[in-house]
Design a protein around this ligand. Structure first.
Ligand SMILES: *[C@@H]1O[C@H](CO)[C@@H](O)[C@H](O)[C@H]1NC(C)=O
Ligand SMILES: *[C@@H]1O[C@H](CO)[C@@H](O)[C@H](O)[C@H]1NC(C)=O
Ligand SMILES: *[C@@H]1O[C@H](CO)[C@@H](O)[C@H](O)[C@H]1NC(C)=O
Ligand SMILES: *[C@@H]1O[C@H](CO)[C@@H](O)[C@H](O)[C@H]1NC(C)=O
Ligand SMILES: *[C@@H]1O[C@H](CO)[C@@H](O)[C@H](O)[C@H]1NC(C)=O
Ligand SMILES: *[C@@H]1O[C@H](CO)[C@@H](O)[C@H](O)[C@H]1NC(C)=O
Length: 244
């Protein structure tokens, strides 16, 4: 009899101690899902970015899905081309990227493949100020101070880098049959090849995450209502987590 009573009491106490944790203590699954991740290097990936297949799209802003390269770097598709993300600066909404063609070593040859023009209109991305625009001319029938390498499509021809204002541009255009593309670089102090490898800086303009992050939330986006969301430990808000 007393044995039964103690075990029943024990059971009741057990249920009482478990109950509050189940009703109040359960975490918002979206808060848990939007934990920052990496592609393997030490770059953290969080809003407005998300890694496709690893993080949920609701953890990022539409169009900011990344993929991971074998080298641990994240990649972003822009204008149907792959761009390597060297570093993300969450403090000033910017990142340094480079066209993967210039930054991933080509094992078959050291020649440069022709790339695309990057078009940012209609996206949430823009070039940061104080960067330089260059023109690359492919398939050139000449070698000179502006030559930066051979052309992948025809290895006996060259690739030439020029400023748009260069007085020799018209002459070069006549001698280059492989097409031209605009490229952006930060500076050319260590040469054009190195500048292309290092890439350039892009700024993003999307709903700001700071208020939410500073209130202990994780930022995200709901594509059904096309709105920013702040995932708090126990619920979801429009801007930031309520205090207390
Ligand atoms: C970590 O990232 C910093 C830039 O944020 C970089 O300079 C450093 O080399 C990285 N360290 C490792 C071990 O990858
Ligand atoms: C980028 O484009 C490639 C094909 O060009 C595709 O396989 C990949 O899933 C895309 N990645 C993202 C993050 O959209
Ligand atoms: C943001 O800050 C980093 C250094 O923290 C700097 O390299 C980068 O150029 C800055 N971005 C812009 C747009 O100024
Ligand atoms: C390759 O480039 C060289 C030098 O510009 C040129 O003489 C040759 O005709 C090109 N070959 C083809 C197949 O276009
Ligand atoms: C890139 O843009 C320029 C105009 O600025 C154009 O002449 C050129 O054909 C474009 N290149 C490609 C590969 O589309
Ligand atoms: C190439 O750059 C020039 C200015 O440097 C610009 O007028 C032109 O629109 C750009 N073309 C493309 C396709 O981005």
């Amino acid at each position: 009899m007393s044995f039964h009573l103690t075990s029943i009491l024990y059971f009741v106490v057990l249920i009482i101690t478990l109950l509050p944790q189940n009703s109040d203590g359960s975490l918002n699954p979206k808060f848990e899902a939007c934990e920052a991740k990496t592609c393997g290097n030490n770059q953290t990936i969080s809003y407005p970015f998300y890694i496709e297949g690893i993080q949920e799209p609701f953890c990022g802003y539409p169009g900011f899905g990344l993929s991971c390269g074998n080298d641990g770097f994240p990649f972003l598709n822009m204008s149907n081309a792959k761009y390597m993300i060297h570093q993300i600066f969450y403090n000033n909404n910017s990142m340094r990227v480079s066209n993967a063609v210039f930054s991933t070593p080509n094992t078959r040859s050291s020649c440069l493949r022709r790339t695309h023009n990057l078009t940012l209109s209609g996206t949430r991305l823009a070039l940061a100020p104080n960067q330089r625009e260059l023109i690359l001319l492919f398939g050139c029938d000449m070698h000179g101070k502006n030559t930066i390498g051979c052309s992948e499509e025809n290895k006996t021809s060259s690739v030439v880098a020029m400023n748009r204002e260069d007085q020799n541009l018209r002459f070069s255009l006549m001698n280059c049959k492989g097409g031209v593309v605009n490229v952006t670089v930060e500076d050319e102090v260590r040469g054009v090849q190195e500048a292309l490898r290092r890439g350039f800086v892009l700024i993003w303009t999307v709903s700001d995450c700071n208020k939410c992050r500073n209130s202990g939330g994780k930022c995200g986006f709901n594509t059904d209502i096309f709105s920013f969301r702040c995932y708090c430990p126990h619920d979801t808000h429009a801007r930031k987590c309520s205090q207390g």
